[in-house]
Design a binder for this molecule. Structure first.
Ligand SMILES: *Cc1c(COP(=O)(O)O)cnc(C)c1O
Length: 395
């Protein structure tokens, strides 16, 4: 069976997890900071905060940015629902803007149209998604966001190790914090780095980082610089110079969105191989591109793009449903990314309907994600390619 995506667990990974299980800490131990430091240096951000999963990462971001009931936030309909749902968790309003049909990414032209069509102050933020592993040009989005006083959360679940090239010809890594206020990643097994469940937030903003730290763990701080209760109160009846060892304060309504130490040790071990994984993904993408280039059944396909992290390799094809079923009969489990988010019943109930996002909807009719993961062998990839050609020859 050939799935569309799959984790790669080595003996080294297993040994690292066993070491963590035998250590003093299953959670809240030293592996968390070690993973965060390694991840921050991988993407080039100042801060990284490990969390329970990518959805928790998104929720903490909207909390830290203080999304309030009624706040309007713009995102793309071609993404996993969590990119939009994090706005709803805080009572905000999701406003979808259509994709660019060539890049499949949130179209900045459509976002501009939205911003221009209402008074300044109507929108509070934008959540662009590095969909399929293709990095959003955040330099352009930052300029627009600054003009309208908006924050940016980069959903980079598909693109750790990806980058775009800015106007000064510098490579800008996804999640490096140079343009977005916050970026988030997921360590679900189908993503580049697997922890089972897991996520990461990156930022260069020290105030936001301090808030996130607290929100991740019940709104509790153990940093005496932030304490608001007096020393007298903290010490009970005795007078002392410092806060006692047990002291802590819950200052805001937080959650338990922590990662465990054994998940973090798996993450560290996986991160060590991340660049090799991306290299392999780029080779696989190159081979697909060559195989399907200018074939009459292909409407469009993921190109060979600098900085693309190739979480997915997408073809837009004729007769998609029949192809999907044919591949399945041949033990190839392709996938569809995504059913447009605005047409999910939950969002339909909020007023979204067919025809609202024509580019996303026409993309959805033809898209199919082919098997793409570092351990996909050359023979397996050739079998996928041959089976697709077989299907169109026999039609
Ligand atoms: C996977 C994913 C998420 C959610 O991550 P989880 O770790 O599964 O909660 C959010 N956004 C995108 C684009 C994703 O692919």
């Amino acid at each position: 069976m050939i799935p569309y995506g799959k984790q790669n667990i080595t003996q080294q990974d297993i040994d690292e997890v066993i070491n963590a299980l035998k250590s003093d800490y299953l959670t809240q131990g030293p592996k968390i900071k070690e993973f965060e430091n390694a991840f921050a240096s991988y993407v080039g951000s100042k801060y990284a905060l490990a969390v329970a999963n990518g959805t928790a990462a998104l929720h903490l971001c909207t909390l830290a940015l203080q999304v309030q009931p009624g706040d309007k936030v713009i995102t793309t309909p071609i993404t996993f629902a969590a990119s939009a749902n994090c706005v709803k968790y805080c009572g905000g309003e999701v406003v979808f803007a259509d994709i660019n049909p060539e890049t499949y990414l949130l179209d900045i032209v459509k976002v501009k149209e939205l911003l221009l069509s209402s008074p300044k102050g109507t929108y509070s933020g934008i959540i662009p998604v590095d969909f399929a592993g293709k990095a959003v040009n955040l330099e352009e989005f930052r300029e627009l966001a600054d003009e309208y006083g908006l924050w940016i959360i980069e959903d980079s679940c598909h693109a750790p190790g990806g980058f775009f090239v800015d106007s000064s010809n510098n490579s800008q890594s996804c999640g490096n914090g140079n343009f977005a206020d916050l970026a988030i990643f997921s360590f679900h097994p189908v993503k580049h780095i697997a922890c089972g469940e897991g996520g990461m937030i990156t930022t260069n903003n020290p105030e936001i980082y301090a808030k996130l730290l607290m929100l991740r763990s019940h709104g509790i701080t153990k940093n005496d610089e932030f304490y608001t209760n007096t020393l007298d109160f903290a010490n009970g009846t005795s007078k002392a110079e410092t806060y006692p060892g047990w002291y802590m304060e819950m200052q805001t309504l937080g959650y338990n969105y922590r990662l465990t130490d054994f998940q973090a040790s798996l993450g560290i071990s996986q991160l060590n191989r991340a660049e090799d994984g991306i290299q392999k993904r780029r080779e696989i993408a190159g081979k697909y591109f060559t195989a399907f280039n200018k074939k009459d059944f292909v409407i469009s396909q993921s190109g060979v793009v600098k900085g693309h992290a190739y979480h997915l390799y997408i073809l837009e094809v004729q007769d998609r449903l029949a192809l999907y079923n044919y591949l399945k009969e041949h033990n190839i489990f392709a996938q569809i990314h995504y059913i447009p988010c605005h047409l999910m019943p939950y969002y339909r109930n909020l007023g979204w309907k067919e025809g609202d996002m024509p580019n996303a909807e026409s993309y959805y009719k033809h898209c199919i994600s082919l098997p793409m993961y570092p351990t996909l062998t050359e023979d397996e990839q050739q079998y996928v390619i041959d089976t697709i050609f077989q299907f169109y020859e026999n039609r």
